[in-house]
Design a protein around this ligand. Structure first.
Ligand code: ADP
Ligand code: ZN
Length: 440
C-alpha cells in the first residue's frame, strides 16, 4: 500500500488544545442558541416549553438543557420553516430522503457552504489529497450532498476534479485510467464494484495511479476496507456526514484509521441513550447527536442522527485533537441505507397503498451480492387479483417498480406473492430482513 504522509489542512484548528476547543464551542454555542431563539419559531417554542432561555446556555456543559431536534421536525417545517435567516441569504438547497415521499431539505448560506467545504477539505487532506492530486468524484451530483460536497472540498485543496457523478462503471474506469486519477470519492460498495470490474474489463491494476479513496454515505466494515485496499492498492478512508448538519465531512478518518475526527469547531457531538435521551460519557455506545455552532442558514440544535456509535477523545497519533467517532454500527430507527440511498419502509408502504391489487403486507429483503446492495420488495396480492390474468399481475409489478424508483430513488426487485403468505406478527410488524453484516 502507498504511504500516506500526515498532511493537515488547518493544523491550528485541527490540533488545538482540547481546552481551547471547548472554549470555542461554548462561545459559538451561545451565539447559535441566541440566533435560533430569535429567528426560528420552532426552536423558540421548544425552548420556552422546556423553560430554557438563551442566557441559561453559558457553556457546552449546558447543552443538555436544550431540547432535541428530529428528522420529523425537518419534514413538518418543510421546506423553509427552520431557516434562521431571510430566504434571500440562502445560496443552496441540498436534500435527502425523509421518512415519507417528501425529501427533507437544508438551506445553506454562503457561510454554510464555506464551512462545509472546509470540512471536506480537511477530510480529503487527511486522506492525502493536495494540489497535485486528481480526484474522481463518483458520488451523485444533485440534491444528494455527496457529489457537490466532495467536489467543493477537492477544489479547495487545489486538486484537479473529475466530476463523474455516479453510474456507468465502464466510463468511470476508463476516465480513472486515462486521466490518472489519484483519489476516488464514492460509496464503499460502489468502490468495491469498480474494483471488481477492473479486472473483468481487462485492465491491469498496476496501470492505475489511484493512491487513496474517501468512502462514505453508508455503513461499511473493516473487512470491506481490506478488500478495497487490496483491489486498488490504495489507502481507504471513512468519511461521514448527513445533510441536516452539512453533508460529507462532518467527520473523517486520518492516517491512523482509528475513528473519524469530528470537526468540533463547527459541530458539537454527544452520545445519548436512545431510549431516555440521557447524555452518556465518551466510550459508551449510544445515539449520536449533533449541534451545529457555525451554520447560519439552518442551524441544528441537538439533532438526533439515529446513528449508533461511540466517541473517543483520547490523543490520536496523527496529532489532531478533535474527538473521534467510531464506525456506525447500527440505527435506532428502521432507516435502511441501500447503495448509499436512505430508504424508510414507510416510503415503500406509501407506494403500495396507492396501487390497487396489492395488500399493504410486505417484506423488504436486503442482500449484498458482489458488494452491491440488492433490495427485494415482497408484496402480497389481494385475493381478487391473485386469480387474475398474468398480464395484470405483470402490470402491477411494473407499476410498483416504477413508483419505488420515483419515490424512493432506487431500483428494487418486486416479487408478488400469494395472499396471506407474508408472516403476520402480533406485535410490531417485522418488515425488514437485512442479510448484510455491517457489524464487523
Ligand atoms: P449522506 O448520504 O451524504 O451521508 P444523508 O443525509 O443522505 O447524507 O444520509 C446521512 C446518513 O448516512 C447518516 O445519518 C448515516 O446513517 C449514513 N452515513 C453517512 N456516512 C456514513 C459512514 N461513513 N458510515 C456509516 N453511515 C454513514
Ligand atoms: Zn487522527
Amino acid at each position: 500500500m502507498k504511504v500516506n504522509e500526515n498532511k493537515i489542512y488547518n493544523p491550528e484548528i485541527e490540533c488545538m488544545d482540547r481546552k481551547d476547543i471547548l472554549d470555542i464551542q461554548s462561545q459559538r454555542l451561545k451565539e447559535t442558541v441566541a440566533h435560533v431563539y430569535k429567528n426560528v419559531p420552532m426552536y423558540r417554542q421548544r425552548m420556552d416549553e422546556a423553560g430554557v432561555k438563551p442566557e441559561d446556555i453559558k457553556s457546552v456543559d449546558d447543552l443538555h438543557l436544550l431540547p432535541f431536534t428530529n428528522k420529523t421536525d425537518l419534514r413538518d417545517e418543510f421546506p423553509y420553516g427552520l431557516l434562521a435567516v431571510d430566504k434571500s441569504e440562502i445560496v443552496r438547497i441540498q436534500g435527502s430522503s425523509g421518512t415519507t415521499g417528501k425529501p427533507i431539505v437544508s438551506g445553506y448560506t454562503q457561510n454554510d457552504v464555506d464551512v462545509w467545504t472546509e470540512m471536506v477539505a480537511r477530510s480529503l487532506t487527511a486522506a492525502g489529497a493536495g494540489k497535485d492530486d486528481i480526484v474522481q468524484v463518483t458520488y451523485g451530483y444533485g440534491l444528494f450532498t455527496g457529489g457537490l460536497g466532495a467536489h467543493q472540498g477537492a477544489s479547495a485543496v487545489g486538486a484537479m476534479v473529475i466530476p463523474m457523478s455516479s453510474g456507468n462503471t465502464q466510463r468511470q474506469l476508463m476516465m480513472m485510467h486515462d486521466l490518472g486519477a489519484t483519489m476516488l470519492c464514492c460509496t464503499p460498495s460502489y468502490a468495491i464494484f469498480l474494483g471488481e470490474s477492473l479486472k473483468e474489463l481487462g485492465y491491469d491494476p498496476k496501470e492505475f495511479k489511484l493512491k487513496s479513496g474517501c468512502f462514505g454515505a453508508e455503513p461499511w466494515t473493516e473487512e470491506m476496507r481490506e478488500k478495497l485496499e487490496g483491489l486498488f492498492d490504495i489507502n481507504a478512508y471513512n468519511i461521514y456526514g448527513l445533510t441536516e448538519i452539512a453533508g460529507p465531512g462532518v467527520a473523517f478518518e486520518c492516517p491512523s484509521k482509528c475513528g473519524m475526527h469530528v470537526n468540533e469547531d463547527h459541530v458539537i457531538a454527544e452520545i445519548v441513550d436512545p431510549k431516555t435521551g440521557e447524555v452518556l460519557p465518551y466510550g459508551e455506545t449510544g445515539e449520536l447527536v449533533f449541534t451545529t455552532i457555525t451554520k447560519t442558514g439552518m442551524p441544528m440544535i441537538r439533532y438526533r442522527t439515529h446513528d449508533i456509535c461511540t466517541l473517543d477523545a483520547t490523543p490520536c497519533s496523527c496529532g489532531r485533537t478533535h474527538v473521534r467517532m467510531s464506525r456506525i454500527t447500527g440505527r435506532t430507527d428502521d432507516m435502511l441505507i441501500i447503495r448509499g440511498v436512505n430508504v424508510f419502509p414507510s416510503q415503500i408502504e406509501e407506494v403500495l397503498l396507492r396501487i390497487s391489487g396489492v395488500s399493504p403486507h410486505y417484506m423488504l429483503v436486503v442482500d449484498r451480492v458482489n458488494s452491491t446492495d440488492r433490495l427485494e420488495v415482497q408484496v402480497e396480492l389481494t385475493d381478487e387479483i391473485f386469480s387474475d390474468k398474468v398480464s395484470d399481475i405483470e402490470k402491477i409489478q411494473n407499476a410498483i417498480t416504477e413508483q419505488i424508483k420515483s419515490v424512493v430513488g432506487i431500483a428494487a426487485k418486486v416479487k408478488l406473492v400469494p395472499p396471506k403468505t407474508i408472516p403476520r406478527s402480533e406485535g410490531k410488524a417485522k418488515r425488514i430482513i437485512d442479510n448484510r453484516d455491517l457489524t464487523k
